[in-house]
Design a protein around this ligand. Structure first.
Ligand code: ZN
Length: 137
């Protein structure tokens, strides 16, 4: 069976700085310069006050697991070799939510509200993916 390669992320012009940041192992998110709220996913205007006065800032990379699922079966796809893998919604310290994977863990040991921190996984010369791993205590 011919399994295609993993797809690159789809990138629009206003998300480009996010991917430029991850390539340098920096987790960048937007912040509104008018209402000072953090913003993720990348947008052209602030979803809170509709200002277009938005800057990019580096997030701490720390957060907690809001929700997660463990993928243990899958149709033939480029992700088969990763199973079991964890898909999670992470709440960053800055308050925004990010969908990613939890890696470097035993999926059976994960819990909601658990502390995690960002780690970077290079896909190719253009894309590095931000993933999260449990904070060792
Ligand atoms: Zn705003």
């Amino acid at each position: 069976m011919n399994i295609p390669a993993k797809p690159d992320p789809l990138v629009n012009n206003w998300a480009r700085p996010f991917w430029d940041g991850t390539r340098e192992e920096k987790l960048l998110i937007q912040k509104c310069s008018d209402c000072e709220q953090y913003i993720f996913y990348p947008r052209m205007a602030c979803p809170h006050c509709f200002s277009e006065n938005i800057e990019w800032v580096e997030a701490s990379g720390k957060g907690t697991i809001y929700a997660f699922t463990v993928v243990e079966s899958n149709a033939p796809s480029p992700f088969l070799e990763d199973m079991p893998y964890v898909i999670a919604v992470i709440i960053l310290e800055e308050g925004v939510r990010m969908l990613s994977n939890i890696v470097d863990c035993n999926p059976d040991d994960l819990q909601c509200d658990q502390s995690v921190e960002v780690t970077f996984e290079k896909m190719n010369d253009e894309f590095t993916l931000p993933k999260f791993k449990p904070v060792k205590v």
